[in-house]
Ligand binder design. Sequence first.
Ligand code: THU
Length: 133
Amino acid sequence: MKIEELIERALYARDNMTYTPYSKYKVGACVEMEDGSVYSGGNIEIASYSPTNCAERTAIFKAVSEGKRKIKRIAVVGDSFYTFPCGVCRQVIREFSKNPEIIIANTKEDYKIYTLEDLLPHSFGPEDLEGEK
Ligand code: THU
């Protein structure tokens, strides 16, 4: 899928797929898996706050629950200029790919591309539990 289309879906998720009664800060994400399938989601807030789920994780968990395991790239849009994934989401992205592209978008025309390695260097992941000590 073209990057612009992925961003468009993330923008749609931000505008239509969130539940943010507390912060009112809306975030949308759209993840493209290695097989070409795409899943989008918004942040979901909970009154006791800590169970809140970020947009990135909503999109990724939708993909994983459909049996998809490998992230190719993910687009993220928030209410502020550029919204970067939180630390927890960076680790969740890491679980399903070592170094996917992360597209931080303001609009369809205004975006930056990072790799997970840029945002989460020296990461710990599933392979660390499998390899020799
Ligand atoms: N949030 C996301 O959905 N993704 C991020 O990358 C950063 C933060 C959400 C969580 C919460 O609902 C709101 O933004 C304010 O923190």
